[in-house]
Design a protein around this ligand. Structure first.
Ligand SMILES: Cc1ncc(COP(=O)(O)O)c(C=O)c1O
Ligand SMILES: Nc1c(O)cccc1C(=O)C[C@H](N)C(=O)O
Length: 403
């Protein structure tokens, strides 16, 4: 019988990113945190960064801060995020709002670029907010939703997109990594397929950003959104980001015409005139304070490099899959995630009828995976903060709980 605990120790000792773990705030009672794909852990430097900001920039500079950098912060942090994690040249990413709101703004802008087309393509297993927001846009713009039925263990494929896209398709919306299964979609192929039909794409990056390499410019994605509280450790409710490919600047027009997206916000004149470029994505005052934790995380991500992060993510999920195969699959547990590396995000999902109750028991013991109704447990592995020992502790507790 293999000693997996020793294996985990060896994997941690050989992990080139192991030093990053100490940089995260220690959650005293937590035995294994396996939910970084829902809410990432804070970096220790976040505390200093926030204190300094409150004392010096906000407390010291007060309203003068807007003229000393805050007005551009949503775009400067967007550029940095674009370079480190999104494969986006400067001037195409803004940090603002929540994912739901940005999704609405950019999907509306997208369908309005194809006014003679009547359908939005999406898949049945996309995250609820994506489905609901698109239902709302369809009602508002008198469009039809064209559903791709996805097997929860898989995600959306370009072949499926090819089957349903055509001259009526205005927009294809999909998640790069599926929230339930962790399936990694081929964003470049889906984009090519949509473009071949004359449609645009909007990609939801919530479950990939910070864990999986992304190359939005190279893939020629039209629009993208994502959150910063998962693998970017931005904290609960931290702002989202939106990407608008440069080719659409000056044409794409989002529907919430606030003063911060105006060409001259402080003129306060009559009538809306959108700012040039990505600034027009903004509506209201940018959440300056709420961007700070994510900035600490971007420092760490830049230092580690996204390729090394991806390599560790794959080793972590490999190890979790091996433990699953050895301890769980003969006990009525089903794996609902792809096994192939090329199709894997940074979480794996397991299913059994009694997992709701088992998840509650694990949380009581400080083992924290994530439960998704009706019967799935997600094991989310955040490469900079999760150790192999933690994966071992978490899955052995799960194995014990399933009996
Ligand atoms: C794929 C995906 N899209 C969107 C969201 C949510 O967006 P919001 O930050 O607006 O709650 C989540 C998670 O909450 C998600 O997993
Ligand atoms: N965004 C969340 C929230 O505000 C509260 C609790 C959980 C979440 C989540 O992150 C859900 C998550 N996006 C998911 O993949 O299920």
């Amino acid at each position: 019988m293999e000693d997996f605990e020793a294996r985990a120790r060896g994997l941690d000792a050989a992990d080139p990113l192991r030093h990053f773990r100490e940089r995260f705030v220690d959650a005293g009672d937590v035995v294994a945190y396996l939910d970084g794909n829902s809410l990432g852990r804070p970096l220790r430097t976040t505390t200093d960064r926030m204190t300094e900001f409150i004392e010096d920039e906000w407390g010291g500079r007060l309203i003068r801060g807007w003229g000393e950098g805050w007005m551009d912060q949503a775009l400067n942090v967007g550029d940095r995020l674009g370079r480190i994690a999104l494969g986006a040249e400067p001037g195409q990413v803004a940090v603002a709002d929540s994912t739901s709101v940005l999704l609405y703004k950019l999907a509306r802008a997208a369908v309005d670029l194809r006014p003679d087309r009547s359908e939005i393509v999406l898949d049945t297993d996309n995250f609820p907010t994506d489905r609901y927001v698109l239902e709302g846009i369809a009602a508002e713009r008198d469009l039809r939703l064209r559903w791709i039925s996805t097997d929860p263990a898989r995600g959306i494929t370009d072949e499926q997109v090819a089957e349903v896209t055509g001259p009526d398709t205005a927009l294809v919306v999909f998640s790069h990594v599926a929230y339930r299964s962790g399936y990694l979609a081929d964003a470049a192929a889906i984009t090519r397929t949509a473009h071949a039909a004359g449609a645009l794409v909007l990609c939801d990056l919530c479950h990939s950003v910070g864990a999986v390499p992304i190359d939005l410019d190279e893939w020629q994605v039209d629009f993208a959104v994502g959150c910063t509280y998962k693998y970017l450790n931005g904290g609960p409710g931290s702002p989202a980001f939106g990407y608008v490919n440069r080719t659409h600047h000056g044409q794409a027009q989002q529907p919430i015409w606030g003063w911060m997206g105006h060409a001259e916000p402080f003129t306060m004149g009559p009538g809306y005139r959108p700012a040039a470029g990505i600034r027009s994505v903004l509506s209201g005052t940018p959440p300056i304070l709420a961007m700070l934790p994510m900035m600490a995380s971007l420092d760490a991500l830049e230092e580690a490099g996204i390729e090394a992060v991806r390599a560790k993510s794959l080793s972590l999920t490999d190890f979790a899959l091996e433990l699953t195969d050895t301890w769980l699959l003969d006990r009525g547990v089903e794996l609902v995630s792809p096994r192939a590396e090329t199709l894997r995000g940074s979480h794996i999902t397991l299913r059994r009828a009694d997992f709701r109750e088992i998840n509650d028991r694990l949380w009581e013991k400080g083992v924290i995976p994530d439960f998704r109704s009706p019967d799935a447990i997600r094991i989310g592995l955040s490469p900079l903060s999760t150790s192999f020992a933690e994966v071992h502790r978490g899955l052995s507790a799960l194995a014990e709980a399933v009996g």
